[in-house]
Write a protein that binds this ligand. Structure first.
Ligand code: ADP
Ligand code: MG
Ligand code: MG
Length: 247
């Protein structure tokens, strides 16, 4: 589904990704772990097409289509969802409005008719319930005054509504208490653990992986995948640290 080959990218003229290769098939959940500054978020932003992340070599294809040549909204329409380490606040726009705009923009890009108000609300309620999120909360301005856990749960509601083929989730577990961690983990499983979907979880810690069991775990260090294994690799990293395991 997602094939990344020898990807190289600069941020502020500094090489950060230095030849990263990774293949993710439909139905698989992959985790990328690695020390601070390794380039994990840069990988997500580069695949999402964020301005300022300059591809200098290599390729990334989604279902065979060159993703790096697409505009960010085209990547989303092709089925890519990015969950951010630091969700943005949008004062003056309610989450419900934002979600409906996003859902209909994506449907339009896919050549589908927009959802009616009633259809959208039904969908939003269903996905909010998966994340144990109150609809009243979603009537508030996007992320304004939300706790860390509420932001991440709201983002997972957004993922449920957009129904992506592949989700790249950057430190979804950061700032979550135990209950929010479990709810987010269960939400990711409910939405994305399907034979035709895939997930790339970027995380520092093993704890999210207790809920969302990865099929493969990779260590990213200095802009490359330096080690790959099964779920046991995450436990090994937790116990011995990146330096010992990935050296
Ligand atoms: P990680 O997510 O693995 O902690 P990042 O991808 O955020 O790492 O960062 C990788 C490297 O890129 C770091 O050395 C960081 O300082 C650098 N970097 C990231 N964003 C910028 C930026 N906007 N300007 C300059 N350097 C940056
Ligand atoms: Mg970091
Ligand atoms: Mg990061």
């Amino acid at each position: 589904m997602l094939t990344i080959e020898n990807l190289q990218a600069n941020v502020a003229d500094k090489p950060i990704l230095k030849g990263l290769s990774l293949t993710i098939n439909a139905g698989e959940i992959h985790a990328i772990m690695g020390p601070n500054g390794a380039g994990k978020s840069t990988l997500g932003y580069t695949l999402g097409g964020r301005p300022g992340y300059e591809v200098t070599g290599g390729s990334a294809t989604l279902d065979g289509a060159d993703m790096l040549g697409m505009e960010p909204h085209e990547r989303a329409a092709a089925g890519l969802f990015l969950g951010f380490q630091y969700p943005v606040e949008i004062p003056g726009v309610s989450f419900v409005q934002f979600l409906r705009e996003a859902a209909n923009a994506q449907r339009k890009a896919r050549g589908e008719a927009p959802l009616s108000g009633g259809e959208f609300l039904k969908l939003a309620k269903e996905k909010a319930a998966l994340l144990r999120m109150d609809m009243d909360m979603l009537k508030r301005p996007v992320n304004v005054g939300f706790s860390g856990g509420e932001k991440k749960r709201a983002e997972m509601v957004q993922m449920g509504i957009l129904d992506p083929r592949i989700a790249i989730l950057d430190e979804t577990d950061s700032g979550l208490d135990i209950d929010a961690l479990r709810i987010c983990g269960e939400g990711i499983n409910a939405i994305m653990r399907k034979p035709d979907k895939a997930v790339l979880l970027i995380t520092h810690y093993q704890r999210l992986l207790d809920y969302v069991k990865p099929d493969f775990v990779h260590v990213l260090a200095s802009g490359r995948i330096v080690k790959s294994g099964g779920p046991e690799l995450a436990l090994e990293l937790e116990e011995h640290g990146y330096e010992a395991v990935a050296a």
